[in-house]
Design a protein around this ligand. Sequence first.
Ligand code: SF4
Length: 256
Amino acid sequence: MSPRATERKRARIPTPAKSAAETRQIMKRLGTQHPNADTELNFTNAYELLVATILSAQCTDQRVNQVTPALFARYPNAGVLARATTEELEPQIQSTGFFRAKSRSLVGMATELVETHRSEVPKTMDELVKLPGVGRKTANVVLGHALGVPGLPVDRHVLRVANRIGIAKSDEPEIVEQQLCAAMPPAEWTRTSDTLILHGRRICKPRPLCDRCVIRADCDFYAHLTRAVSTRPPMSKAQRTAAKGSRPTRGKKGRA
Ligand code: SF4
């Protein structure tokens, strides 16, 4: 990308409601609610985490963890996996969904590691995203958790939670990644992602459990909700009666 194009792209990045200092404070407090936030995928090295993360697309980590022990035993490294066929791989990963595409990605990724990276997982974003089946999110997971390189994966939980709180402002994962990385020190990037993911899974679900959230005093979404409730005009007696009667009951309907 030319410097001018980069400049234009940067100029389009919206500024989140919270300042960098506020974001760091909020993440510190949120960390007290999820002190052991970490990836829930099981792995022992970068190759295994790369395989597990590719499998985790549209699938729960728990399901992936059920499949990977047998897979890692049979294909312990990129060299062995590169020699597998997609047909033999498919039934072994079928339960994780999208198994045909994932099989192609796994064999393609392993082949690329063997042919281009001496069977090692590369340590840069640019090299990782060139591997089949590896996007920015997967690359950041592997960089941050297995290679000791700061990375901030943005999945749907990070996207939802960060926007609700007001520490990010975009529905594009790459922009949210840039906003959070700008606010947090690199050493905190991976933990920031892990914490937001866990918060999104346990508390700030699509229907959020705000009464159990330690940062609700600083959350824009919560402030908006409570404002909406407090400014709603009280219902008249007639409205309350109508609201009560608006729930149909099967018995009355049947008799009508
Ligand atoms: S207060 Fe509610 S909406 Fe805000 S982060 Fe907590 S759970 Fe999510």
